[in-house]
Design a protein around this ligand. Structure first.
Ligand code: SF4
Length: 288
């Protein structure tokens, strides 16, 4: 049955109850005509997603912006002094607690999807994919950022501006770069915030290299090449990459005497990956 929100008919969500007990929701945003279909394990989860969607479309109607044919709401973050359609996470947990993060969804990224299918790849153990499947709101936010950041080079006045006291931030906690447009948006965000040092993790080194070749690398980006395979470090592909981040199993660490220098508990205290003057070129972490 279709459920509409308000007499304005800004959005509708139609549910289909499947034989296996799952519920498929068909979302339509009538402001921009964008549609999405997603299946949920329970009716409750589908209803929750519908409520979030209707509320989001209402907020877009109140204060939104069209980019590449899609409507986005202006979002606030405790780390930023302006409203921006770019979502800056301010509720990261674990070692990322207190670190602002701008991330896209690995579930939308075709490079991530291909790597997850390769059993030898570190992506076969992807903690981000599991998190996004489990935490619906984070999944929705990173999908919105994916659509926004990969579709168009954003005008300067739409980029997030961090408060003067913000010193470090991360690009990509749950995904990776998907195209050169996204890379240019990250470069422009870094240029707009010269007081912030951005740690930027990627396995898609070719896209980042092409972007830096054309637009140059800002001084406040620490570029981290994320090794593609478990227990296999890599050599930086070129001088744009400051560090290689490798994940090791406890057994491999014990057998090969690998030195683990990622505390994996608190990036804000450690800051090894967010310091342009830190000359350690390898960062090693234990598989979680
Ligand atoms: S080395 Fe430090 S800054 Fe880098 S990911 Fe590990 S805890 Fe965070």
């Amino acid at each position: 049955m279709a459920r509409k929100n308000s007499v304005l008919n800004l959005s509708t969500v139609e549910f289909t109850h499947n034989d296996n007990g799952t519920v498929t929701a068909h979302f339509v945003n009538h402001i921009d005509g964008h549609e999405k279909v997603k299946t949920y394990k329970t009716e409750r989860a589908a209803q929750g997603a519908a409520t979030r969607f209707h509320n989001r479309v209402n907020r877009i109607y109140e204060n939104g912006v069209m980019i590449a044919g899609r409507a986005y709401e202006y979002r606030k973050s405790i780390f930023c002094r302006n409203l921006s359609p770019v979502i800056v996470s301010d509720n990261m947990s674990g070692k990322m607690e207190n670190i602002p993060s701008i991330s896209t969804s690995c579930l939308r990224n075709k490079f991530c999807e291909a790597r997850r299918k390769d059993g030898n790849s570190i992506c076969a153990h992807c903690f981000a994919a599991a998190t996004l499947n489990m935490r619906e709101t984070v999944g929705e936010n990173t999908e919105i950022n994916f659509d926004l950041l990969t579709s168009e080079i954003l005008p300067d006045d739409l980029l997030p501006v961090f408060h003067a006291g913000v010193e470090i931030a991360r690009f990509e906690s749950f995904g990776d770069i998907a195209n050169i447009i996204q890379a240019v948006n990250y470069i422009n965000i870094a240029r707009k915030n010269p007081h912030v040092t951005f740690g930027w993790w990627t396995k898609n080194t070719a896209i980042v290299t092409a972007a830096f070749d054309k637009y140059s690398k800002p001084d406040n980006i620490v570029m981290i090449q994320s090794a593609r395979f478990l227990n296999q470090s890599e050599t930086p592909v070129n001088a744009y990459f400051d560090k290689v981040f490798t994940v090791y199993t406890p057994a491999f660490i014990a057998d090969h005497n690998v030195s683990v220098n990622c505390g994996a508990r608190d990036c804000d205290t450690c800051r090894r990956c967010y310091n342009v003057n830190n000359t350690e070129t390898t960062v090693n972490e234990v598989l979680k």
